[in-house]
Structures are given as C-alpha cells and as structure tokens.
Design a protein. Structure first.
Length: 103
C-alpha cells in the first residue's frame, strides 16, 4: 500500500516552476506545476550529468535541464530523443488543493 504525505498547497508551487522536498541523506525531490495546474514529482537530478531539474524551465509536460538542455518528460521521467536516460519519478496527487507525495 502506498503512503502519501501532504507536502504543500498547489498554489505554493509557482506556475511553470517547482518546489523542493528535502530528504535527509538523499537527493531532493522536485515537485513541478505546469500552466494547466498539473503536478509532477521527479528526483531533482538530471539523468545526464546530475543537473538540478528544479532549476529548469517547465514547458507543457516537460522540464529542460539548466545544465545541458536535456528535455525530461514530467509524467515518466524519460529523456526526450535523441537523448536517453530517466529521472526517477514519484507518485503525486492533488486533493482539495493540497499536493500529496508518495515516498
């Protein structure tokens, strides 16, 4: 059974931006919000060179890594061709305006 933890309100995440969830001794999780208020969660590490995806540009359902412009699909963490690799994805849901993250 998956356990979800309430993280924040959707409005705490900037539109076309992100918010960081700190984890002691582990890589942070980036929570993203697109312009249609869809929320996604990925490990805050690009599969290419480890760039902070939370600092990337969100567009549609993708984020562009700030280091080398790899485009990562927010729904599954997969790098878009011609690049190859995957950022770990986390289940996230929104209920009553609150974001819940499965960790």
């Amino acid at each position: 059974m998956t356990t979800f933890h309430r993280i924040c309100q959707v409005t705490d995440i900037p539109v076309l931006g992100s918010r960081i969830v700190k984890r002691a001794g582990q890589i942070d999780i980036a929570i993203f919000r697109n312009d249609q208020d869809k929320v996604f969660a990925l490990l805050d590490k690009c599969p290419h060179k480890g760039g902070p995806l939370s600092q990337g540009i969100v567009h549609g359902e993708s984020v562009t890594c700030p280091l080398h412009s790899w485009k990562i699909c927010l729904s599954d963490g997969e790098a878009q061709a011609p690049d190859a690799g995957c950022a770990e994805r986390f289940d996230v849901k929104v209920e009553d305006g609150h974001v819940h993250l499965a960790v």
